[in-house]
Design a binder for this molecule. Structure first.
Ligand code: ATP
Length: 224
């Protein structure tokens, strides 16, 4: 579904992604894990067209690198940004309608808490509910590939579990996802495969289950 080849990103004179290559197959959940500043967000931003990059990004065979962000959304890649980025003063329902005018009822069926809160300003939702809203809004655009940037960021452990429960349901329904997470343990338990990013380079990759048992990953990222 997604094939990233020799992706290279620099901010001014500073190169932060050093020619990485990876892929996401249809129906897969792939995690990009790594410490703060490893280049995870930058990699997603390059795929979404939010930062300029070199190399190739192919969605189902078509190179989309260099296209405008709105064209990339239309091609089928939708990102749930870090920090959720819901529009605080607009209602839950207005936020959803930004994703699409159709399908809001479907979103409520999947996220009943959003139906209960539909008239409330999105800024009044809890962090977990805002994350659900951001995910629901992204799904309304009917993505071929969903990019998620740190969905657990700043959430209490119980809420993180709820958000990952939603992601597991999406996975079970066949949604293809590329997930960036500092919570490596959670990400690896959800994902099929994963790549470990360090200072803009992929240093380890493999099946998520194997990475969970990998001593280097455990020492650096699982607090073991
Ligand atoms: P985080 O979890 O903190 O978002 P990350 O792995 O996503 O970490 P990036 O945000 O992609 O890492 O940052 C990679 C590197 O690029 C870091 O050294 C960061 O300081 C730098 N960086 C990020 N954005 C910019 C920018 N707009 N201008 C210059 N440098 C940047």
């Amino acid at each position: 579904m997604l094939e990233v080849t020799d992706l290279l990103v620099r901010y001014g004179a500073v190169q932060v992604v050093h020619g990485i290559s990876f892929e996401v197959k249809a129906g897969e959940v792939v995690a990009l894990i790594g410490a703060n500043g490893a280049g995870k967000t930058t990699t997603l931003a390059a795929i979404s067209g939010l930062v300029r990059a070199r190399g190739a990004v192919r969605l189902e065979g078509r190179d989309i690198l260099g296209r405008q962000p709105h064209q990339i959304v239309r091609a089928g890649i939708v990102q749930v940004p870090e920090g959720r980025a819901v529009l605080a003063r607009m209602s839950v329902e207005e936020n959803l309608r930004l994703g699409s005018r159709d399908g809001v009822a479907e979103a409520y069926a999947r996220f009943p808490v959003l139906r209960d809160r539909r008239a409330m300003p999105a800024g009044n939702l809890s962090g977990g509910e805002q994350q659900m809203l951001a995910i629901a809004r992204a799904l309304l655009a009917r993505p071929r590939l969903l990019l998620l940037d740190e969905p657990s960021l700043g959430l209490a452990p119980k809420v993180v579990a709820a958000v990952f429960g939603v992601l597991a349901e999406l996975k079970a329904s066949g949604v293809t996802m590329l997930l960036v997470e500092q919570n490596a343990a959670r990400a690896l338990r959800l994902a099929d495969r994963a790549y470990v990013l360090e200072l803009g380079r992929i240093v380890i990759s493999g099946r998520a289950g194997d990475l969970l048992g990998d001593e280097r990953v455990a020492r650096a990222y699982l607090g073991a």
